[in-house]
Design a binder for this molecule. Structure first.
Ligand SMILES: Nc1nc2c(ncn2[C@@H]2O[C@H](COP(=O)(O)OP(=O)(O)OP(=O)(O)O)[C@@H](O)[C@H]2O)c(=O)[nH]1
Ligand SMILES: [Mg+2]
Length: 406
């Protein structure tokens, strides 16, 4: 799948930077992804070492002078609205109509990523009607407090309205108690970067698998059929009349992604016969698929998904047809709608599996974040104004002191 991967804000910049640390995991360096990093903080952009400067864009320069918006996602959204043309012009330079999708990556609990992504998503959908916008949104962990919850709640609602798909990543699931946050974020970023990259690469495989997964399959799983069928009818000109948002709108599909892997076969030692994996090749595929679903980017009720995809990556000899069949049955039993199983033969030494569940209807953490954001907004409706009043009261105390400058 050819995609422009746009990292927004510090978290988004870092994930996309890791994604481009190594271009093309199994495609010998040939890449189908292009990076773009957007931020209001100059230091964050400088910190991204694997993405060349020409793919970086600083916005809000005259408002926050390259220092970031400090968690104020309303300000970030305003900057995005004012500088929409600058962002769209930059995207145009890539020859954007060549892409199968735009992928926006960022955290929802901060300021820049949280505020810019919904605006940018809206602009992209209006400008490139036929290209789906997929967002990868990182949700804050519970301990992060009220402001991050409000930010995430507002951003989630705006993205649901303005994107085609939201792949959710829950920091709460992956940050271990007492663990150093830098280490935890590094681990999460590497995980998400690898999963997204493999998913995109597999649909551009050089070696044809038994069950090919193409860009359309990936997009259908992430975005649902509506938008994508409009896209594929493009040649017939039908898409001109199919304007999903304007005709009442489909909300973005909520999705998750998961990954698991095992060494393919133990290496032969001093000429001894290689051992078969204990569980057998077929069973291993089912085991890995179930593991990937458990180790997914967010916990959700999988039976509430309306479409799913499983993708096996590894040496052809390891992708056992019976195992593939068992996984197909497993998916069909969980998901009411369309299921897809594909393989991506490689010369690697691991068997890896990626699962994607799309069209999720029951994601408890999304409910929790929205209700927390609502509760905080109700309990502290004028959180910022109150602060101002307090300072004014304080200043009143000193009104009789002789002024320093008269
Ligand atoms: N997984 C992961 N989460 C991160 C990382 N950095 C920050 N976060 C999360 O993202 C939220 C903060 O978002 P940032 O991306 O730092 O903020 P920003 O978009 O740069 O916005 P401002 O700094 O306010 O301009 C935090 O609440 C964390 O939940 C990271 O590297 N990985
Ligand atoms: Mg920042």
């Amino acid at each position: 799948m050819r995609a422009l991967v746009i990292g927004v804000g510090q978290c988004g910049n870092k994930i996309v930077d890791v994604m481009f640390q190594r271009r093309g995991i199994y495609t010998r360096g040939r890449d189908y992804l292009e990076p773009l990093l957007i931020n209001t903080a100059e230091a964050d952009l400088r910190g991204a070492k694997h993405v060349p400067d020409k793919y970086k864009l600083l916005i809000g320069r005259f408002v926050v002078r390259g220092h970031g918006v400090g968690g104020d996602n309303t300000l970030a959204a305003k900057i995005a609205l004012n500088e929409a043309d600058i962002m769209l012009n930059k995207i145009r330079e890539y020859g954007a109509s060549q892409f199968d999708a735009f992928m926006l990556v960022g955290a929802l609990g901060g300021g820049t990523g949280s505020g810019v992504m919904p605006i940018l998503s809206k602009m992209l959908r209006e400008t490139y009607e036929a290209i789906p916008v997929i967002t990868v949104g990182v949700l804050p962990a519970r301990f992060e407090g009220d402001l991050t919850a409000i930010n995430a709640g507002k951003s989630l609602m705006a993205l649901i309205e303005n994107a085609d798909s939201m792949v959710l990543v829950d920091n709460e699931k992956f940050v271990k108690y007492g663990e150093d946050l830098t280490e935890a974020y590094k681990r999460i970023n590497e995980m998400v970067a690898r999963e997204i990259r493999l998913l995109c690469e597999a649909s551009e495989a050089n070696q044809v698998g038994e069950n090919v997964v193409d860009a359309g399959d990936v997009l259908n799983t992430l975005c649902g059929m509506n938008k994508v069928s409009a896209m594929f009818e493009q040649d017939a000109g039908a898409w001109l009349t199919v304007k999903p948002r304007e005709s009442g709108g489909y909300p973005a599909e909520l999705a998750l992604i998961g990954h698991a892997s095992e060494p393919a076969a133990p290496p032969s030692l001093f000429g001894f016969k290689k051992k078969e994996p204990k569980t057998g090749r077929a069973y291993r595929l089912l085991f890995l698929a179930k593991n990937a679903a458990t180790n997914s980017s967010i916990d959700a009720d999988l039976s509430s998904a309306s479409q799913a995809l499983t993708l096996f990556i590894g040496p052809r000899s390891e992708i056992d047809p019976q195992g593939v069949g068992a996984v197909r049955t497993w998916l069909t039993n969980i998901v009411s709608g369309e299921t897809r199983v594909g393989d991506y033969p490689t010369k690697g030494r691991h068997v890896e599996v990626i699962v994607v569940f799309g069209g999720l209807g029951n994601v408890p953490r999304v409910k929790e974040i929205l209700s927390k954001a609502k509760k905080v907004t109700e309990e502290k409706p004028h959180i910022y104004e109150k602060k101002e009043v307090t300072i004014k009261e304080l200043i009143m105390e000193g009104k009789d002191i002789e002024p320093l400058i008269s």
